[in-house]
Design a protein around this ligand. Structure first.
Ligand code: NAD
Length: 419
């Protein structure tokens, strides 16, 4: 996968919204740049005694509407270009659902499956200290992303707390419940994917019980999306992870698959079997005969190379940036729906926001309150995007981007350019 052009893809989406909004060139120019990017070298003493140096980044695209917010990714393909694109998408995502945050993102170029747990912990702590000058509860609040988890957030929180000399709960979100995390946060992104899918089905007058779903990626987002959509009556006919794709047109036993991953090597589905399951390639998975496709792995999975063969009538983007603009144009021209990442996977950042509010107040909500508030935010955001897209005769991404870019542009204009 070409990484160097992910930011170009983000800029193309911004340009498209700016054109539709007739955004003035000055504000457009401001929004096309990240406010701050930090690249750090991270020496780590490995278990065998030798020193490995990893490269990490933290990028803050915009703080116009509030502190920057965004996850930290550990992956061998991380680049500054990718982290910058992801930070820009976070700005639009927070604005689409109207929470008072800007966008940020972090990443370390590392394949964590090749490191021991001690090595990963040392790397996380070193990365935390390296980016500490620019993160903070009111400036930039990290969260989990690909290959990072509540445990990683706990190490980050502890590292910052050691340096500050007191416990700093609101420095990260996605923490474990024991460390002041929010109930419902772990499932929030997948729950948001489910709410978005249900909202779409309602508007298309489709019955979830007659809806087949394919999910690419079986990590935090993919597995929870599959589980909750199945609980709403949908039939999950295929899921995949890096070990391959698992297909059963009669429906998959998602709870068993999640249980299997909780103890399997690298939390993969590798070796999972049940009656009726066949293995297909990841490429085939995307092109299966289904109603809904939820890409929940990485960027640029649906491209101009395979878009024409996608059979689903709707793509609900669990991952960030899984569909290239060219592929999306083709899908939309064929009458298909793409629920854009900045809306579809916003559940995570919405509940991160709830977690931050709870951490600041040291007053914690029930899971029911968290889920109800999340549902309300997603329902409102989906309705706003759907209605604007209909009114302006645009696809859902342009609808969401028009709402988001307009909100951020107005914040930039109201603040004025300093000095
Ligand atoms: P994760 O590390 O928990 O899971 C990623 C999954 O994708 C794993 O099952 C992995 O095996 C699989 N995968 C990777 N490459 C694949 C490929 N080529 N084909 C099939 N499967 C592949 O990560 P996650 O937190 O679930 O994040 C997934 C996506 O969702 C990312 O784009 C991330 O930025 C986005 N996202 C995550 C959150 C969150 O709260 N975790 C929030 C919003 C968006």
């Amino acid at each position: 996968m070409e990484k160097a052009d992910v930011f170009a893809m983000a800029l193309e989406q911004l340009d498209s919204a700016a054109r539709l909004l007739k955004l003035d060139a000055n504000t457009h120019r401001v929004l096309a740049h990240a406010e701050r990017a930090l690249t750090v070298a991270l020496p780590v003493v490995m278990d065998d005694g030798h020193i490995e140096v990893f490269e990490g980044h933290r990028v803050q695209h915009s703080s116009a509407r509030g502190p920057c917010k965004g996850g930290i990714r550990f992956h061998q393909n991380v680049t500054l270009d990718e982290v910058t694109a992801l930070s820009m998408w976070m700005t639009w995502k927070c604005a689409t659902v109207n929470i008072p945050y800007g966008g940020g993102k972090g990443g370390v170029k590392v394949d964590p499956t090749k490191l021991s747990k001690d090595e990963i912990r040392h790397l996380t702590r070193r990365y935390t200290v390296a980016i500490m000058p620019i993160i903070g509860p009111h400036s930039d609040i990290p969260a989990p992303d690909v290959n990072t988890s509540a445990e990683t957030m706990g190490w980050i929180m502890d590292t910052v707390s050691m340096f500050r000399g007191s416990t700093v709960l609101d420095i990260v979100t996605g923490k474990s419940i024991e460390l002041g995390g929010s109930l419902g946060r772990r499932e929030a992104t997948g729950r948001g994917v489910m709410f978005n899918t249900i909202e779409l089905l309602k508007r298309l007058d489709k019955d979830p019980a007659k809806t087949r779903v394919v999910v690419q990626g079986f990590g935090n987002v993919g597995s929870v999306s599959a589980d909750l959509l199945q609980k709403r009556g949908c039939k999950i006919i295929a899921v995949s992870d890096v070990s391959g794709a698992y297909y059963n047109p009669a429906g998959l036993p998602i709870s068993d698959m999640i249980r299997y991953c909780s103890t399997s090597k690298n939390r993969l589905l590798e070796g999972f079997d049940a009656p009726g399951i066949s293995k297909v390639s990841n490429a085939e998975l995307l092109e299966l005969d289904t109603d809904i496709l939820v890409p929940a792995a990485l960027e640029k999975q649906i491209t101009i190379e395979n878009a024409d063969r996608i059979k689903a009538y709707a793509i609900v983007e669990g991952a960030n940036g899984p569909t290239t603009p060219e592929a999306e144009r083709l899908l939309v021209s064929k009458g298909k729906y793409v629920v854009p990442d900045i809306l579809a996977n916003s559940g995570g950042v919405v509940v991160s926001y709830f977690e931050w509010v709870q951490s600041i107040q040291s007053f914690f909500w029930t899971e029911e309150e968290v889920n109800k508030n999340l549902e309300r935010v997603i329902e409102n955001a989906f309705a706003a995007v759907w209605d604007l897209a209909r009114r302006e005769k645009q696809d859902l991404r342009n609808g969401a981007m028009m709402i988001a870019v307009d909100r951020v542009a107005k914040a930039v204009q109201s603040r004025g350019i300093w000095p």
